[in-house]
Design a protein around this ligand. Sequence first.
Ligand SMILES: NC(=O)c1ccc[n+]([C@@H]2O[C@H](COP(=O)([O-])OP(=O)(O)OC[C@H]3O[C@@H](n4cnc5c(N)ncnc54)[C@H](O)[C@@H]3O)[C@@H](O)[C@H]2O)c1
Length: 376
Amino acid sequence: MKKILITGGAGFIGSNLVLSLKDKFEIYVLDNLDPQIHGENIEESYTYKSIKNNCNFIHGDVRKKNDWIKVLDCGIDTIVHLAAQTGTGQSMYEATNYTNSNCIGTTILGDLLQKYDSIEKIILASSRSIYGEGKYLDSLGNVVFPNSRNSKDLDKGIYDCLDPKTGTPLILQPTDEDSKIQPISTYALTKFFQENYLENTCKAKNITFFGLRFQNVYGPGQSLKNPYTGIISIFSQRIKKGQDVFIFEDGNESRDFVYVLDVISALNSAVEYDSLTNQILNVGFGKPTSVFEVASTLQNLIGVECKLIKNSAYRIGDIRHNFADITKIENTFGFEPKFDLYTGLGHFVNWLNTQSEEPDLYLKSLSELKQKGLLK
Ligand SMILES: NC(=O)c1ccc[n+]([C@@H]2O[C@H](COP(=O)([O-])OP(=O)(O)OC[C@H]3O[C@@H](n4cnc5c(N)ncnc54)[C@H](O)[C@@H]3O)[C@@H](O)[C@H]2O)c1
């Protein structure tokens, strides 16, 4: 039986992946059970509890060479590298922490690849954040990749990406894999580093590499404790308590929300797919949804009255829109997302209703951003 290592396998995506692969492969998980994600008492972590009896669990840290050695000594064939710090805003003032976990945690693996001949394939969770604003058309129909928006416009309530020649809004397009790479946040930079580094290192060592660029993943198991990431868990917990929900800008900013089981299906394909060449693939639903629409759909599904407040605030470095062109992954894996947003959010809310209430750390995370000058 093949041996698969899933780093970060106790997290949201990782735990769903463990459960989907456990009957076909021998699964190893390396995870440090970060308290920001799992809470101080790991026995209360929903995702850790769901996998601990379904894998060989190594409580360890990707920043520590000996923890990698402990698990690689088991004779691993495939590595799915998910362990990471994931908060875009937080990464701007904890850059060293993010770089250590995401970059150094990956180069330690790269250094060790010399020693371990058994490793045939590495699959990395990359991110759409590396595209920055992504792909647009200007008024003449030319493809453009705008820079991040400037504070002068944002302060005046001009949120769209503008054509510098005409001052009119650019026209949003699906972002394909050949689009310009423009990481804005430290998080995005670390994700691009991981992808570029592993792609080159694997090529040199004849290891198959898949870089899967996830859009915004949501669904049962996403951390309800981590206030630094995941608007769906943040909004839904506030709605459930009848608290006001603050929506940045004018609420029309949009993202591509992809249900976790669709992402798991892409990861399963990457595990099973034989490829002699490296593959970089977008993973998304392939359609944009505005943040306001997400909040109001959640409110309908949860059924609690509260105010959805578009507060014109904005986060430095946030993008306006992005959604994936999924043609390449459709052609490569036959990938087809099965969960539309309404269905996926329905499953998420059903799961949320089985979970106990978490302390509200969201406002604290916003005031941290404000203090650091990152929220205007
Ligand atoms: N969820 C999304 O929307 C999304 C989007 C794009 C990319 N990704 C990427 O997918 C991967 C998984 O994301 P997720 O949403 O499941 O995150 P998550 O926070 O739920 O899980 C991450 C896991 O990694 C572990 N971890 C963190 N630092 C570690 C370290 N130094 N050593 C060992 N383990 C460590 C945590 O304890 C956690 O269990 C990440 O690499 C993330 O960057 C996620």
